[in-house]
Structures are given as structure tokens and as C-alpha cells.
Ligand binder design. Structure first.
Ligand code: HEM
Length: 213
């Protein structure tokens, strides 16, 4: 209408697009199954001088654990491909996870230690960016070393890149340890900033400018 001078409503954008939310929770469930069944498989033939307590494992025995591990593996792999394709082609990774600079991470670590790190919904700080990019890299390493252990003849090049079959098992173990370490820190951060949880489950929007400051 001519003469209308009321300000236009600001465009809003999703805090977490539904595809990110869906793939995030499928990944979290599949990863928990992979890790717990992986511990049972490890117990059948440990690399180091310890075994995981039975209550932390899934599958009951070696064959049961392998069945769980392989079932969850397909869910994880397909889901990961969907998430990576979306992240790369929609610009989500470029926009929300990059750039990651040492100066930015150092600034936000200092602010976090002084309890002065603000958390705007729809915007990841440098520490989060580093953690999320890091865990994506660790999941890819776990998949690559897992493939090398699963089909060492077909994936000979991967086995070679991992320094041989036995070392591929060690790489797989430490990729798991890194993912579990991320999981613990990630849950602690969600507990410290609980307002982030509901939008990751239910969705929600923020004014555009807030999403990309
Ligand atoms: C191994 C399991 C998990 C992995 C690998 C993981 C990984 C991630 C990644 C990569 C993101 C960023 C997603 C993106 O924007 O593309 C994210 C966000 C998030 N995750 Fe997880 N996650 C896991 C489990 C969980 C669990 C169990 C919870 C809840 C207790 C959780 C709560 C959240 C929340 C609330 C966010 C959004 C944070 C924010 O808006 O600041 N995650 N997670």
C-alpha cells in the first residue's frame, strides 16, 4: 500500500535446518551403537592391556557385537553422506563452520575460561567450529580405518596409508577415543548452555542478521 512507512518485518532464518537436525540425531544414535559394540569387539582381542567393562558394551559376545557394529555402520555411512553433501553444497559448512583461525580460537578459549563467551543461537563460536570440524574429521578417519580393517584386501591402499593392518586398528581405536572425548566435552557444553538443546531437537528461527553476524 502507498504511503505505508511501517518497517518491513526482518527476514528470519532457521537456527538448524531440519536436515542438519535429522542427520545430527541419527548420527548420535548410530555413533553410540558403533562405540559400544566396538568396545565389545575390542574386548575379544584387545590391542592394549585392558578391557572395557561388560556394562559399557553392546552385543553380549563377539558375533552379536559385530552384527550391531555393521548394522549401525550402514546407518552412519548413509547419514554421513547426506550430511556432508548438504554441508558442502548448501554452503552450511562454509557459512557456519568456517573460518577457523588460531587467533579466533585463542580469543574464544580465553573468553570461555573467564565465563565471558556469549552464545548467540544460530551462530557457532570459534571453539565450537573447531570441535565440530574436528569431530567430522575424526568420524571420516574412523570410517577410513574401519574400511581398512574390514576389507584389507579390497582397500589395500588404505591399509598402506594407515601404516599396515595392525596400525590401522590403532588408528581406529584413537579415532574412537577422540570421538568419545568430543562427546564428553559436547555434552558438558550443552549442559552449560542448555538453551541450545531445544532448537537442535525442535527447530526454531532467529532474525537473519543474528544468524550470520
Ligand atoms: C557422537 C555424538 C555426537 C556428535 C558427533 C555430534 C556432533 C555435532 C555437530 C557436528 C554439531 C554441529 C552441527 C551442524 O551445525 O552442522 C552438533 C551440534 C549440536 N549438538 Fe551434537 N553431536 C553428538 C551428540 C549430541 C548429543 C547426545 C547431544 C545432546 C545432549 C547433542 C547436542 C547438540 C546441540 C544442542 C547442538 C547445537 C549447538 C548450538 O546450537 O550451539 N549432540 N553436534
Amino acid at each position: 500500500m502507498s504511503g505505508d512507512i511501517s518497517p518491513k518485518p526482518r527476514k528470519r532464518c532457521a537456527i538448524h535446518p531440519s536436515i542438519v537436525r535429522l542427520t545430527h540425531w541419527i548420527n548420535a544414535a548410530a555413533m553410540i551403537v558403533m562405540v559400544m559394540s566396538g568396545w565389545q569387539i575390542y574386548n575379544a582381542h584387545p590391542i592394549f592391556d585392558f578391557r572395557f567393562p561388560a556394562w559399557m558394551t553392546l552385543g553380549g559376545w563377539l558375533a552379536g557385537a559385530i552384527a550391531w557394529h555393521f548394522a549401525a555402520m550402514w546407518v552412519l555411512a548413509v547419514n554421513l553422506l547426506v550430511y556432508l553433501a548438504y554441508g558442502l553444497f548448501s554452503g552450511h559448512f562454509r557459512r557456519d563452520l568456517l573460518p577457523i583461525t588460531p587467533a579466533g580460537v585463542w580469543r574464544d578459549v580465553k573468553a570461555a575460561l573467564a565465563f565471558r563467551l556469549p552464545h548467540a543461537l544460530g551462530h557457532y563460536n570459534a571453539v565450537q567450529r573447531l570441535l565440530y570440524a574436528g569431530v567430522i574429521a575424526l568420524i571420516l578417519l574412523a570410517v577410513a580405518s574401519g574400511l581398512a580393517i574390514w576389507k584389507p584386501v579390497q582397500f589395500q591402499t588404505l591399509v598402506w596409508l594407515m601404516g599396515g593392518f595392525d596400525f590401522a586398528r590403532v588408528v581406529h581405536f584413537f579415532a574412537m577415543a577422540g570421538i568419545v572425548g568430543f562427546f564428553v566435552v559436547h555434552i558438558l557444553l550443552v549442559l552449560i548452555v542448555p538453551k541450545t538443546l531445544a532448537p537442535m531437537i525442535l527447530g526454531g528461527t532467529v532474525p537473519d542478521a543474528e544468524a550470520t553476524p
